[in-house]
Unconditional design. Structure first.
Lengths: 225, 231, 225, 231
């Protein structure tokens, strides 16, 4: 794989690709890390609202210098703003939004994704405890879950697997995976390789993916300028 | 940004089909979306399941919907009021089914539906007729009735003000069931007295965030409980 | 009993007596009928708030001529007002107040009360269906339930019984009963006859009460002027 | 009318005893009632069970309470954050117990407690470590985790404005857990930035009705997260 590393997408490029899937009118929850880079890349003609589980519906970007309010933060605890038409709700109502079918998409980081869509993202296997936060509620409740991660771990092992070795976050929820190598959909027929990064080929991706990929119609990831 | 406003009443309610389950706001007359109900009457839908607190008053609102034969089943807490004579007549004639739910359980079942929960344990109705057939669960040394969540295909609600995103405020006791019903339907339709610009509602005072509202229709203020026959 | 009928309290007198038990600082829910007559008789130096289950906390009296708002009603569907410091909540939150331990007292009409405090007030035995409204939730949730009723039914039969013949509203919730003949407390030791109407004696009350009464210390109901 | 105002911090928190279970508002630093927590620290209480989302930041708020040895057990969703180093140190030393609850389940368990319910059925955590030992209930063809209601002996909450009855409004995302916690304790203590006269709060914009608030202490605005050692 070493000779191909230069073809891997950067974290920003993964976020930019995921941003293209955010549809007009959607309400989206962003996990910490890579997902928080998505908003900057959403096509300007689309109206996408962001839900932050600490009760903020209509989260905007970071505040301009001197315009921050200490009481307005994201779930990642960064100072943020609110867009016009935003609303504040309490925590139980905020999770009612998440579990109640009104969250169109959750973009979450992942340690492992299983072929059936099982998501593992809250705890390492060797940790006796983890910081679950809202991950399990949001993953279980969102209409769609997009997993965002590097395709392999630091030792080159596949993170898209047929059997999980990490603690489970939610059963069968992931609908699409965005990695530094590929875009993969989870369908009733199995995992479908939709797109690969420029310079890679299908077999490169399958070689580091434990689960079998359907590769009938594979495009190339368009890299944002 | 998409504006959720429906230009006509038919645009607002037109996608409701025969056999739908509809949550309808209101307690007594305040908060009943009479204009939206008139719209459903005008569509002539049949076999609707209506979830609402009362069985209608006089000939308007829910009573009109019942009188025009649109309702196959009513789920409510308070069916037998003098003013609900239209319902009584159809019920006695065997033309409408009835499920009685304690009022707090009814609002909580709807909230549970809106919150993506499957049900909840309540002390209400334990040992009574209205718990018959429902699972009894022991927890923390007490017995509780397990009540199921309740959702609608549609919710028809009445609010006071909206902005283009459907963020809603309410007026006095016309609030009642409306905010929880707004949460608990696949498609939520609000009638509102007034619509305002996008930045006119303080985000802190919005009761129903617009993410729960699919479309709204502006009615202006009107006197509640007046008969408004087929428009 | 006929010769004693003139000694029976009127509905207003029952309400006036119950009003004396409303303590300073209480939040109280009033059922339809007799309980709605209570507020007028509460001693002026007590601050008692009224909860109406349709989301009104701090219900005030009927509006003055021309000052009614069609959207401000009581649970009994009468036009009402709101006191300063009142608040509006939605229905689920209103019943959270009722079940969640913040309702100090519910004053409810009753068909039958059983010696153990079982309340029957929502449906007649010969009706196949009733209008339960919020009765079961409020009875099950309130810290105290005060039952208000005539001591006997129209045929002179006791309504305070050892075994109920009416459909149950809630198990063992009634703490005190106010009738046109007496004030009776339900205690761990049994039913205690606390007060009787002027002109009646203890045996008059026991004679029309199925459940045995503890009558060690019986006072007279003070009739409001 | 009784005014619910506490004249001093000690009046506000003084009735808290060793071993109490306390719900504490806040998510991150906004909404954490730092002044009330300082008051509890000053009392030197021990063996408290604290229910709150995070395990404290730096040396202030919950972190100070932990650092001063007041906390026997923490029930939270997000214990392992860099800024929660004080908690980690005591946890690693075996001096504090931990129960991890998914955040939506935590807020819903508290709301259920406040609403007088025994528990609820949720899809959250099904099949995971965090559902271990909890009943799994089948309803409507799905499996659900039965989660129990959670109440506190006390709730310490932070609000924006109050009136003499304790009717509360909040400020932006400092709202978070505070309104549900206010509902779910036997005795609820609010710190508020500002108190206003009885008729100054619009009844429609009150988030927490005063019936849930037992006393309040006025702090004025302060910068959150600053260390304020024993006063």
């Amino acid at each position: 794989m070493n000779e191909q590393n230069t073809n891997l997408l950067t974290r920003l490029q993964i976020a930019a690709r995921a941003a293209q899937d955010m549809e007009d009118g959607w309400l989206v929850n962003l996990g910490i890390g890579m997902p928080t880079m998505i908003p900057a890349y959403i096509p300007k003609d689309r109206d996408v609202m962001f839900h932050s589980e600490n009760g903020l519906i209509g989260m905007g970007p970071q505040p301009a210098e001197g315009e921050a309010d200490q009481d307005l933060i994201s779930a990642g605890k960064e100072l943020v703003t609110m867009v016009p038409g935003g609303a504040i709700v309490h925590h139980a109502d905020s999770f009612a939004v998440a579990r109640g079918g009104r969250l169109d998409c959750a973009c979450l980081g992942a340690f492992q994704v299983v072929a059936n869509g099982d998501l593992c993202n809250w705890r390492l296997p060797n940790q006796k405890s983890g910081s679950v936060g809202g991950a399990m509620d949001i993953a279980a409740g969102s209409k769609r879950v997009f997993a965002m991660m590097t395709h392999t771990d630091r030792d080159g092992r596949a993170k898209i697997v047929t059997e999980r070795t990490f603690p489970l976050t939610a059963i069968g929820v992931v609908t699409r995976i965005f990695t530094d190598m590929a875009v993969i959909s989870i369908t009733a027929d199995g995992m479908v390789l939709d797109e690969i990064a420029p310079g890679l080929n299908k077999d490169d991706v399958q070689a580091v993916t434990d689960a079998p990929l359907i590769m009938d119609n594979v495009g190339e990831i368009a890299i944002a300028a | 940004m998409k504006n959720k406003k429906s230009a006509t009443l038919e645009d607002a309610v037109g996608r409701i089909q025969d056999g739908a389950t509809i949550l309808v706001g209101g307690f007594g007359q305040p908060g009943v979306p009479e204009v939206l109900i008139d719209g459903v009457c005008d569509l002539g839908r049949r076999d609707l399941t209506i979830v609402t607190n009362n069985a209608g008053t006089g000939h308007s609102g829910i009573a009109r919907l019942i009188e025009e034969g649109c309702v196959g089943k009513l789920i409510c807490s308070f069916p037998w009021a003098k003013e609900s004579f239209v319902f009584k007549e159809l019920y006695d004639a065997g033309k409408i089914d009835l499920e009685i739910v304690p009022q707090g359980t009814l609002s909580e079942r709807i909230r549970a539906g809106g919150a993506g929960l499957g049900g909840f344990l309540t002390p209400t109705a334990l040992g009574t007729d209205l718990a018959e057939g429902k699972p009894i669960i022991e927890s923390d040394g007490r017995e509780w009735v397990l009540e199921k969540a309740l959702r609608g295909d549609f919710a028809l609600i009445k609010a006071y003000k909206t902005d283009p995103r459907g963020n809603l405020t309410y007026h006095l006791t016309a609030r009642n069931f409306n905010p929880v019903m707004a949460m608990a339907a696949d498609f939520t339709i609000a009638e509102v007295q007034e619509d305002v610009a996008i930045d006119e509602l303080d985000p802190e005072v919005i009761v129903t965030p617009g993410v729960f509202v699919d479309t709204y229709f502006v009615t202006g203020w009107y006197e509640i409980g007046k008969e408004r026959k087929a428009s």
